[in-house]
Design a protein around this ligand. Structure first.
Ligand SMILES: N[C@@H](CCC(=O)N[C@@H](CS)C(=O)NCC(=O)O)C(=O)O
Length: 194
């Protein structure tokens, strides 16, 4: 497996999952502005979408989209998924929420939004985080072990920290727990962020 990632980007979620799984994998960073990878490859030739994450499987198939990539990783490493008859559906529900209600709401912060747009986005994210905080089932979103939904949430709590977006204590506690994990710190170091 090979993960294309960019420091600070949402690809951190899959990167954390691979470090947590403690399996060998390749990784290559991408400058998402120039679309040039660390080895000088045109990233648009890897995926015409031009964005991370992109996960190249050993059979040559390329997966994109956080929801799909993280759902795939939860399938390969079931410890990062959700148990029970509706487990997979609950996982996809959470990943979709994090993607569409949280991740995408940071756009004004990453793309030169106005102060008003940032304030509106900040309030929206805080409210959506508060909802999520009310659904927590243990030390992490779905119980006492972290999974891919937590890793994706971590991307968003890091961004909240960076852009001074308020997050509720229950979500901040998950952030702190994840941040203290050796595999998470190893991922941050690998991305040059710690
Ligand atoms: N729809 C994609 C969006 C991924 C995405 O927003 N990636 C950002 C980094 S967080 C990126 O690579 N942006 C570069 C670009 O869009 O040109 C997903 O959910 O995975």
């Amino acid at each position: 497996m090979k993960l294309y990632y960019c420091p600070w980007a949402c690809s951190l979620a899959a990167h954390v999952a691979l470090h947590e799984a403690d399996v060998p994998f390749e990784h290559e960073s991408v400058d998402i502005r120039t679309k040039i990878t660390a080895t000088g490859t045109d990233f648009n030739s890897v995926t015409r979408k031009g964005y991370v994450p992109a996960l190249l499987l050993d059979n040559g198939e390329l997966l994109t989209e956080n929801i799909a990539v993280l759902d795939y990783l939860a399938g390969v490493y079931p410890q990062f998924g959700v148990d029970g008859p509706l487990g997979r559906t609950r996982l996809v529900e959470a990943l979709a929420y994090i993607s569409t209600e949280l991740h995408k709401s940071y756009k004004p912060f990453w793309h030169n939004g106005t102060d008003q747009q940032k304030a509106t986005a900040s309030a929206y994210i805080t409210a959506r985080m508060a909802y999520l905080g009310g659904t927590i089932k243990g030390d992490y979103l779905f119980g006492d072990q972290p999974g891919v939904a937590d890793f994706y949430l971590f991307v968003n709590t890091r961004w909240a920290e960076r852009f001074d977006v308020d997050i509720p204590p229950a979500i901040a506690a998950i952030h702190q727990r994840l941040n203290a994990r050796p595999a998470v710190q190893a991922t941050l170091r690998a991305e040059g962020l710690a």
